[in-house]
Design a protein around this ligand. Structure first.
Ligand code: SF4
Length: 264
């Protein structure tokens, strides 16, 4: 049951005029209550969409259209084709918390004079055990890892925390849902990235700029067409999209230093 007189809900609903886009969900004010649907369905006739109750939204948000679990609910792969009607602000809060857990509370926290943001260095400094090594990434390495993990192709939360040298996200680039501290996937990805940095027996490769460009092109194709069945949180898989994105980030850094001669 939604909490009575929740200030986050009250402030959020006051900001909602006729309609509002929260990540991939379009919320429209109705004569009574609100209507929620996927942004891809914003112009679709309502009677062609599947009417679902609030209680079914969590199950909808748990898996992609091909059945993979969605560890990050703000990932831009929410299923489309549904419509949910709610009768009150309290029900709207319930519905949004099924789709984007904690989004309203975090949105409200950011409206306060001192938002509770925990940056990468403070967050990793309090890690123990296997996650302690996440402190060992340099600022440049951490920035590459963060850019790769939190890229809009993987997560629509607006990252407000950062590491020295890396700007935070804008709402325009992501969504209204703020990210106040690194999530579990980010922490595991930072651990994996540091483990990769520590690997020995590195091949002594020297690549020409054109060869780097070919690898970048291949990575972009792979990122645009990820494997069906690829588990998002399986960061041990060499083909994990976040790992491909990190490799892309690293190589992209090289080609900004050395670029092939024009016209070749
Ligand atoms: S840490 Fe990055 S991937 Fe995780 S929820 Fe925040 S923005 Fe998204």
């Amino acid at each position: 049951m939604a909490e009575l007189n929740n200030p986050a809900r009250t402030a959020f609903c006051a900001s909602l005029k006729d309609e509002l886009l929260l990540a991939q969900v379009r919320v429209r004010r109705q004569p009574v209550g609100f209507e929620l649907r996927h942004v891809l369905d914003q112009d679709t006739a309502a009677d062609t969409l599947k009417l679902i109750p609030v209680a079914d939204l969590r199950a909808l948000a748990n898996h992609t259209v091909t059945g993979e679990f969605r560890p990050i609910k703000a990932a831009p792969n929410l299923r489309a084709g549904w419509l949910c009607r709610v009768a009150s602000e309290a029900e709207l809060e319930l519905a949004l918390n099924q789709l984007y857990p904690g989004a309203l509370a975090d949105w409200f926290a950011v409206q306060q004079p001192t938002p509770p943001v925990t940056h990468y260095r403070d967050f990793t400094a309090r890690q123990t055990g296997m996650y302690r090594i996440t402190t060992m990434l340099t600022d440049i390495q951490a920035a590459q890892v963060i850019r790769a993990c939190c890229d809009a192709r993987f997560c629509l939360k607006r990252r407000l925390w950062t590491v020295p040298g890396l700007p935070s996200d804008t709402a325009h680039a992501k969504s209204l849902i703020p990210c106040l501290e690194p999530c579990a996937v980010m922490l595991e990805f930072a651990r994996k990235a540091m483990r990769i940095e520590q690997e020995e027996h590195r091949p002594n490769l020297t690549l020409a700029p054109s060869e780097v460009a070919s690898i970048l092109s291949t990575l972009e194709t792979a990122l645009a067409h990820p494997h069906t069945g690829q588990r998002e949180a399986d960061l041990s898989a060499a083909s994990n999209p976040r790992r491909l994105q990190l490799l892309h980030e690293k190589l992209q850094g090289l080609v900004t230093v050395v670029t092939p001669p024009a016209g070749e």
